[in-house]
Design a protein. Sequence first.
Length: 389
Amino acid sequence: MLTKLLRLLLLIVVLLFLLVAASVVSNLSFPDSSESVDQLSSAEKARLAEAIHLRDLQGNAIWPGFGDVDIPIVVYNEAYAYLVNYEGEPPPGWVIPVSGEKQGTTWDRVSGDTFLDAPYYRQPLDGDVTPQAFTVRLEEQWAASLPTKEWSRISLAKTIRNDLPGWLRPIVPYSLVTQLLLGDSDKYISLLTHESFHAYIGIRAERHLINAEQVARQQEAAYPWEDTLCSSQWQDELDTLAAALRTSSRDESVRLSRQFLETRKVRRDSCRLATRLIDYEQQREWAEGLAKYVEMEAWRQGATAQRYTPHPATAALDDFHDYDGYQRAWNREVDQIGRMSGNGGDGRFYYSGMAQAVLLDALMPGWKTGALTGGTTLEGLLDAAVNGG
């Protein structure tokens, strides 16, 4: 018996040693900087081309009018910001929508290179100043903004490494961890669509978008993130939303939607949530929940739309899978809904807003027509759908 136990322990030690060794070897080849810093790589161009192609062909199926407008895209790595899909000579820098702060400098045409047979532009980044992941304005034109996929992966690995104790840094498998957290090119393209929808909201409902962001800045610190009672009741809301998304019965979906709305009212009453904080919830669900919905709907359209074919450039991507992983990704997102009550930031609103939008697809066809109007809330639309409110 003792001999068997020793053999088992020895086997475990050997396996752990092999895993650590494999991780260390893998980390030796993990990049410390972008492969192409001063121009867009072919892989980054392919992802951008597919994001534009998907929105051009399926944008109106994702959201009415979304495919009818030109939306430039700004992406950035550790050294440069790049601007693509922009006609004409771009104005200097970019403007942060809420504050109106102007950042950046002159956009220069990337010499000797093109994107989709057209010029594209770059400018050096100054320290930590970047366009961030959201939307920015180029004077009056709204643009989507996101780090390149490659830099997202590298910068995430750097952040994880810096947060670890020194002895653990060499053995954590950064390639595997970043892949699990960031996903493949299909996921990245859906994120580009998410940020493009923020730009679209800026085009269609600028005042509403700016107001939603101002409310977020003003009220986030006052929100009762750590209140255990509120978190517990939030858990009930999120579990109900997840159950409503999983059912195939319309009657059950209506019943669970009503239950969600009632549970939400009870939580707000018992937590004595101030009107301004209720407004904060509703604004975050509107701004980020809708964008999260569009992110997943873009992925779904890529996977299920008849006769849709991705851009030919994606053939060169070794981590693009023609959106075949959509259903698995959707199931993971629904599972994630129930894990967001303990989230210390506004991530729960991305999921609660997205869930309400998906329920509205089933319960109120045509709901999107007025959804970008100032004062509209997703819970108000859902209430009208199931209670006639």
